[in-house]
Design a protein around this ligand. Structure first.
Ligand SMILES: Nc1ncnc2c1ncn2[C@@H]1O[C@H](COP(=O)(O)OP(=O)(O)OP(=O)(O)O)[C@@H](O)[C@H]1O
Ligand SMILES: [Mg+2]
Length: 307
């Protein structure tokens, strides 16, 4: 059963006599315990899609179901989701962190006592306990971002929408957020994550959906996508001169000696013969060429641009 199902979402904005077709038929599904990385260039339609899922922007067409119900009609569905949007506007600057957590917890159906208890736990988890009584506007940007994430979690939603959650965070805070995303997914929460930090997406996501100009252009399991774009090439780095006799032998095996390294493109079993031909040189590194999400993303976007 999917926690989030959206089908054929569409949104066109009209302003100053111009219309922008921001989202043109986006369908997504996310199951419990699954992290979907929702990626795309600036202006591709990610935030608009997230806002339609969160019940903040009304779609022109299409449907959203969160735990089976429509957040645009059913307040119960809103309690099943937590969202951190761009520019952390989901916290009140004139309240303290703890007051924010209590306020939003109660707003989403918790008793005041439960909201306070969970609020305290979240502040602890995010290392914000010593700021619990400061005004939110006096917190640093990264602290505010952590608070925004804490607020989105206080009612223990089954779906979490994170729009660029690690933007502007220091290394440690970003690691905290990444660890939380993993823990929440392990605990069964469904998570939609947008980010331009593709290494973060690669580390956290089970599946990737790429949007460009309002349409999904690729969707697959993260590992499958990486495997699809990874070559069959091995690179071997050695210390010392590869002499003429060895060079010849390597070429006969389908390996190309370049300076200080050997590139092998044949079948994987043949790698042993290549290593044997290098004996007794010291081998520094043997590596299979493996695409990262940045390469995959750029290739897919460029393919679309050419099409
Ligand atoms: N309220 C609005 N009024 C008019 N146009 C809008 C509005 N919100 C978004 N748009 C336009 O819709 C398109 C998609 O914007 P959106 O914010 O969804 O992109 P995004 O994928 O989140 O980009 P980014 O990576 O820069 O955050 C853009 O062309 C944007 O200018
Ligand atoms: Mg955005």
């Amino acid at each position: 059963m999917s926690v989030l199902v959206c089908e054929n979402l569409q949104k066109t904005f009209h302003s100053h006599g111009r219309s922008t077709r921001a989202v043109q038929g986006v369908s997504l599904r996310v199951g419990p315990g699954e992290v979907l990385a929702f990626l795309g260039p600036n202006g591709a339609g990610k935030t608009t899609t997230i806002k339609m899922i969160a019940g903040l922007v009304r779609p022109d067409a299409g449907t959203v179901r969160v735990a089976g119900r429509d957040p645009h009609r059913d307040p119960w569905a809103l309690r099943q989701l937590g969202a951190v949007l761009e520019g952390n506007r989901n916290v009140y600057w004139r309240l303290t962190p703890l007051e924010n957590l209590e306020y939003f917890g109660v707003l989403r159906g918790l008793s005041a006592a439960t909201a306070r208890r969970r609020g305290r736990l979240l502040l602890e988890r995010f290392n914000l306990t010593d700021k619990q009584n400061a005004l939110t506007q006096q917190l640093s940007r990264g602290m505010q971002q952590k608070l925004a994430i804490a607020v989105s979690l206080v009612h223990e939603p089954s779906l979490l929408l994170l729009d660029e959650p690690t933007l502007g965070l220091d290394v440690e805070a970003a690691e905290t957020v990444k660890r939380m995303v993993r823990e929440l997914a392990a605990g069964g929460q469904a998570i939609v994550l947008t980010t331009h930090q593709l290494d973060v997406a690669q580390q956290l996501s089970h599946r990737v959906a790429i949007i460009r100009e309002g349409r999904i252009i690729a969707e697959d399991r993260t590992d499958a996508l990486l495997a699809r774009f990874s070559g069959e090439q091995y690179e071997i780095e050695v210390v010392g001169e590869i002499d003429a006799a060895r060079r010849e032998r390597l070429r006969a095996l389908g390996a190309e000696p370049l300076n200080g390294r050997v590139v092998y493109l044949g079948v994987p079993e043949g790698l042993w013969d290549v290593l044997d031909a290098l004996r007794p040189l010291t081998i520094l590194r043997v590596e299979k060429d493996r695409a990262d999400l940045t390469e995959v993303f750029l290739k897919l976007i460029r393919e679309e641009e050419r099409a």
